[in-house]
Write a protein that binds this ligand. Sequence first.
Ligand code: AMP
Length: 521
Amino acid sequence: MTKFSDLKLDPKVLSAIADAGYETPTPIQAGAIPPALEGKDVLGIAQTGTGKTASFTLPMITLLAKGRARARMPRSLVLCPTRELAAQVAENFDIYAKNTKLTKALLIGGVSFGEQDKLIDRGVDVLIATPGRLLDHFERGKLLLNGVQIMVVDEADRMLDMGFIPDIERIFQLTPFTRQTLFFSATMAPEIERITNTFLHAPARIEVARQATTSETITQRLIALTPTRRDQAAKQKRELLRAIITSEGEACTNAIIFCNRKTEVDIVAKSLKTHGFDAAPIHGDLDQSQRMRTLDGFRDGSLRFLVASDVAARGLDIPAVSHVFNFDVPSHAEDYVHRIGRTGRAGRLGTAYTIATPADDKYLSAIEALVKQPIPRVDAPEGFEVSEAAQRPPREREEERGARGGRSRARGGRDRDRGERAPKEAAVAAAPIIEPVAEPLVEAPRREERREERHEERRDDRREDRREDRREDRRERGYRRDRDNGPVVVGMGDHVPDFILRSFRPSAPAVEPEDSEVGEA
Ligand code: AMP
């Protein structure tokens, strides 16, 4: 078996690895590190959990040990699809490079441009970035990419999923032809194949077993629910979810709850909180500092339930998760494997529950075909019954609440169910003020400049958030299309039929609603 000491890594890197407690390289590390150290391009087909981050950071640190960074010209570049993954790579880099003097900068949205510019100005050895933010810096003229000697593309298949491939191509073209490329992807879709054929030079190809099978350490369970009403299906599923969590008791130390859509993530998190469960959402709509805080809380054990979308949670390295709950059956079969792979890691035991309704049959068959085994069906927890309230039409319940004297949602009342019905409003109300995450400024710019800078940053962040959002939305649209609900209904938009534009009382004078109310009074 290969040992780390066989790999010709810098002794400083070897001692950092020993401090991290790693004894032997994982297969992707044993395969990718030697060619990377020889300066060859590497195509690694591996996914998170295989140790692939170290398989590119360790040789990078070794190779960069010689030489010095110049202002605005990073010597290496790591591109990650999401801010969280970029932050995770940066953390890894800090661990493995702790005995060296190498410098790094993390370019992600939600972090002040000014502070990032300062770091780049000083010169960095390693630049870790999301593609959008990197190009924003480049376009602002603050960054030169012609000094990049090593370029890493991490999670290329997710880049593809998120529509980042054109950005990646552009970045490839902005870096020198002579650069070394280390390229990682869990799958080799035709588009990824094309990119690697275009931009990689005779790469060493290392493929580690694809995770099409689920780990033996995960107990999988599926609970079928046939909603009594379609318009209350989600509510009934939330009741079932709570019952399952309760029935698991203390065995469920912490869990990730996956939903297919961002709106559902918010609703489920809010609903769990309303019912006394310690839960918080994570998805692309939330601002960066909130996402980081939520994630940190989940990692350090102060938050028990993380409600997540696939895009936000894939690739996150959270070592000890006792349970995964699929609130929705994922519409892409591989997502099932990724989701439940969040638990049962590193030989630990884990439990994964999936809630399925008859509408999910098609997706379930695809998942079972992929994992080559049926997901064991179990009954709902003993005594579980869908509440009477969840069997009545939502409108009826709303009226009942009005009759009880409770303030309706429309009036902004703080009803027990309000969270479930108005998650967006509630989420917005609860959203914290954006806090800068990066280090303090060395020299405080004048007030005016700072204000201007902040405006610009906010605008850029919003732009990046919107971009990320659109990507997640596109994915969700894909999910809805998959649902076979017939042809997409086109909103009226530009095609308003004539009769709608016609006035019913052409002779009456046009009145503003406020005026008419006054008139009636
Ligand atoms: P990654 O696939 O890079 O997200 O890594 C998954 C997890 O494996 C991380 O928590 C790493 O700290 C850990 N890890 C990486 N390399 C090794 C190794 N050689 N031995 C044990 N754990 C490792």
